[in-house]
Design a protein around this ligand. Structure first.
Ligand code: FCB
Length: 460
């Protein structure tokens, strides 16, 4: 019989990402990023939208901190824009970029909110992409330099750090499916990028002394749609989940993955010592969860936007069941519960849900209110799933809602809205209006059941 243990307190927070909210892309010496380039290419983003203005958070940092404070949350997860700090990707440091994040961190601390920093949420300096981007090992080396520069300025005030956000998207949506920047459709190049992202993560530890260093993965439960789909589902699981967990936990890519992705056995790519460096390099795991994956055995030519993101898996089609959010993702809280329990079993690491939320076709602002009850239902269902996973023994330390503000949703532009706060894009003032879900989440944070009072996300 196992003795029941008291779960660690659960920190509650909200998350954002630099390119999605900051705007000010040519200000204070910021260099171009791959998303500036990608969004300028016709047909890449719905509506031709880009992040040039976004939510203008670069100029409204005080307003946004006030909104975060108003939620009463324990923590705020944000990302730093590499090209604001090292405009050419390496070498020359732009201190005005660092000043901005310092103002943010100090403001959060003053508001009693723990800053949780993500170093890479996809805005790679274009100068590095010009040298091969994540297909080049030298990008992982440049990432370590960047991590060191940031940590030197903020490491005395920020203790919870994530290296990458969803490297699966950076690698496979960016270099295989081509639906994210840099928009390359080169199949197996996705695997090459994945290895370099893992290396960058592992090496960056050295540059973050004394920190709790994690990596944020969009792991997903993979549920074959029919028994015949079991094999393609295993291939999907290999590329979505095991390509990260294998090296991080066991120091190895597994046999099936190597069969799908022979490049991962190429000694020019995976050099002696690489896998040893990656093994054990995460102190905690961030999990971004929105929806499960349901592979079917089909033609391999389905319409799903992620269709090209599993290179080497033949005859895969992706099925999406109802109900769906406004971005077309199935709503299934059981997926989160299963993922947490399973990932805890697999890794033994402290887990943080670093993103979870819903795109809703919100009602507009009427008399100062936005009644987004469907978002509240989504969040309520998923928080209950977190409770069940914790009761089942999963070591979950935090839950962050994606996201604070309606923002630039990558290839979907501004049309898909995930915010707890409405941003009025029709007026130059970009007026922020907290939605009903903002007030609801503030009530959850204040509820004694959440076991607050943590000293920090990873130091209860
Ligand atoms: C995740 C991203 C985040 C946001 C949400 C909806 O994949 O990390 O930036 O776009 O999806």
């Amino acid at each position: 019989m196992t003795t029941p243990t008291t779960p660690s307190p659960l920190s509650l927070g909200v998350a954002t990402a630099s390119y999605q909210i900051e705007g000010a892309v040519v200000e204070d010496g910021r260099g171009p990023s791959i998303w500036d380039t990608f969004t300028a290419e016709p047909g890449r983003v719905v509506g031709g939208d880009d992040g040039a203005e976004a939510c203008d958070s670069y100029h409204r940092v005080e307003d946004d901190i006030a909104l975060i404070r108003g939620l009463g949350v324990d923590a705020y997860r944000f990302s730093l824009a590499w090209p604001r700090i090292l405009p050419e990707g390496r070498g020359r440091v732009e201190t005005r970029g660092l000043d901005y994040y310092e103002r943010l961190v100090d403001g959060l601390l003053e508001a009693g909110v723990e800053p949780v920093a993500t170093l890479y949420h996809w805005d790679l300096p274009q100068a590095l992409e010009d040298e091969g981007g994540w297909l080049a090992r030298s990008t992982a080396e440049a990432f370590v330099e960047y991590a060191g520069v940031v940590h030197q300025r903020l490491g005395d005030r920020v203790t919870s750090w994530a290296t990458h956000n969803e490297p699966w998207c950076a690698a496979y949506l960016g270099y295989a499916a081509g639906v994210h920047a840099p928009g390359r459709r080169e199949g197996a190049a996705g695997h090459r990028a994945a290895h370099h992202l893992l290396l960058g993560h592992a090496w960056a530890r050295e540059a973050l002394p004394g920190a709790h260093v994690g990596i944020v993965l969009n792991l997903a439960p993979v549920w074959p749609e029919t028994p015949e789909a079991a094999d393609v589902a295993d291939g999907v699981d290999a590329i979505r989940n095991r390509v990260w967990l294998g090296p991080l936990v066991d120091g190895a890519y597994d046999e099936r993955l190597l069969a799908i992705a022979p490049v991962l056995s190429d000694p020019e790519l995976v050099r002696p010592g690489d896998l040893d460096a990656i093994k054990g390099s995460a102190d905690w795991l961030g999990i971004n969860y929105y929806t499960p994956i349901r592979p079917a055995l089909g033609t391999g030519e389905g319409e799903h936007p992620e269709q090209g993101a599993y290179p080497g898996v033949e005859r895969l089609d992706l099925v999406v069941r109802e109900p769906r959010t406004d971005i077309g993702w199935e709503v299934e809280p059981r997926g989160l519960e299963e993922l947490l329990v399973e990932t805890h079993r697999r890794t033994g690491l402290p887990l943080v849900i670093t993103e979870n939320g819903a795109a809703c076709a919100d009602a507009e602002v009427v008399d100062g209110r936005v009644e987004d009850t469907d978002r509240i239902d989504y969040l309520r269902g998923h928080l209950a799933a977190v409770d069940r996973a914790r009761e089942a023994g999963a070591d979950v330390r935090g839950y962050f809602v994606w996201t604070l503000l309606d923002n630039f949703e990558w290839a979907e532009g501004y049309a898909k809205k995930f915010g707890l706060v409405h941003v009025d894009r029709s007026s130059p003032s970009l007026t922020r209006t907290p939605k009903a879900s903002y007030h609801w989440f503030a009530e959850q944070v204040a509820a004694p059941a959440q076991g607050r009072g943590a000293a920090g996300l990873l130091t209860p």
